[in-house]
Write a protein that binds this ligand. Sequence first.
Ligand code: FAD
Length: 481
Amino acid sequence: MTGFALFAAFPPPSIWEMPVDPSTMPPIPFMPTLQPFPVIVDHSYIFALTLNLLMVMSRVLVVGSGAGGATVGMELAKRGVDVTILEAGGYPKIGTEMRALGMYTGGMFGPGEFSRDGVEILRTVMVGGSSFVTLGNGVRSLQGELLGFGIDLEDEFVEAESELGITPCPVENLGPRTRLLMGASEELGFEMKPMPKFIDFTRCKGCGKCVLGCVSGAKWTSRNSVGEAFRYGAKLLMNHKVLNVLHGDGEVRGVRVSTPDGVKELEADRVVLSAGGLGTPVILQRSGLEAGSNLYGDLFVDTFGLVKGADFGSELGMAALVDEFHESDGFIMSPMVEGPLDLLTNRMPLGRKMTALRGGQLIGLMTKIKDEATGVVDADGGFTKPVGTVDREKVDKGYEKSRLLLEAAGAEPGSIFRTHIRGAHPGGTAGIGRVVDGGLETGVSGLYVCDCSVLPEAPGKPPVLTLVALGKYLGKQMAGL
Ligand SMILES: Cc1cc2nc3c(=O)[nH]c(=O)nc-3n(C[C@H](O)[C@H](O)[C@H](O)COP(=O)(O)OP(=O)(O)OC[C@H]3O[C@@H](n4cnc5c(N)ncnc54)[C@H](O)[C@@H]3O)c2cc1C
């Protein structure tokens, strides 16, 4: 039996569980996957513990606690590596749209940040990153493309699907709007199927507020993995914003980080950047390394219409999926209705905004496209995200099909409108084959990247499952498995 297997079989007792200064440990509000630490009666754990301590190989700093970072951190900590996760954000309160506005990075002008060319990109800076505000959609993406770079994620996908409890949305959790649109799809000959979700449907209340943070704890977020990493001794330092990487002679030495107590330098043997598609390229450039081009966003528009006389309640968003146009036309469609604040902050005429007040009659579909990776993130965090003719054609095709579906579902033709173009999956800015190699390592030895920025092209689909698989892959590689 290897040391790793022994450690997994005989984890040390709870006194060893958190070898960190308690003042650096924030409360974990909800960790559905956390199990009580097993009580060990077999003394062989002492042998396993000794092995584990011998295996505290090196100090690894993981920058960011989103899907990519938290997974690498968890996988390394599980294998006895000394890991500290540095997170720029904290644990904001959740549950209302106003609170959610504080979590998103848009500031005064919207939930999202705007590119210089006016495209809005949504993300959150907090423990859990954007995984905290997902709709729980869990599909495989870019598996073949990553294999082309020598990254075979089959085993990691299987592991991740099991750990995240991915299951197609059960029929009884499909809300009335979704059912109406599924009926319309059948009529028009489109295949609309239940969306695979990382949601525990025994807890889901169908409130439709996933994007504000799940108050019932039904949805998997990377906070679960942070909690798991904790259990194995990892540390989490919140409100620690990494400014740049310290390196010399081609080797990583640590990071410079802004903390509530001032700017500090932290040493490390290895560093994993997981600050997201907009965050990681900024850190790389401020470290004198090339990054930032090839930004994509998986751009989307929502198309809405009003069904006269209807009085729909709340329901789970994106509970179903049409993906038959992904290969041929580069877009997917999914039933979606936004909350009033989201509609009110959307860039559309006042008359349209007022439809937000008639939310009970509103039905909608999201069109998400696989956009061209033509944006650029600068060292100051500003970015461009041009929407060229090819992308506009994809959006228009999706809009036309959505329109047909909405009409078939009973929406008044004159009431149908679409929102402005946004994106919620920024990535590509430290791509494999350009900025990192097939081992996700940069040109600086010991400096890795694991988040959306390494993806070689826009998935055009929800990326979290792929990021979790990639995090597992890198964690295993770094631990020498
Ligand atoms: C509203 C919304 C709904 C979505 N729904 C889905 C869905 O249903 N399914 C799906 O698969 N995807 C969904 N996505 C996309 C998905 O959430 C993201 O693509 C994914 O979580 C990105 O993970 P990441 O690890 O690349 O980066 P992030 O999640 O952005 O993580 C980066 C982390 O780094 C931290 N950070 C940033 N800068 C620094 C710094 N300088 N120093 C230290 N820490 C830093 C951030 O706070 C964050 O915790 C959604 C996104 C949004 C916005």
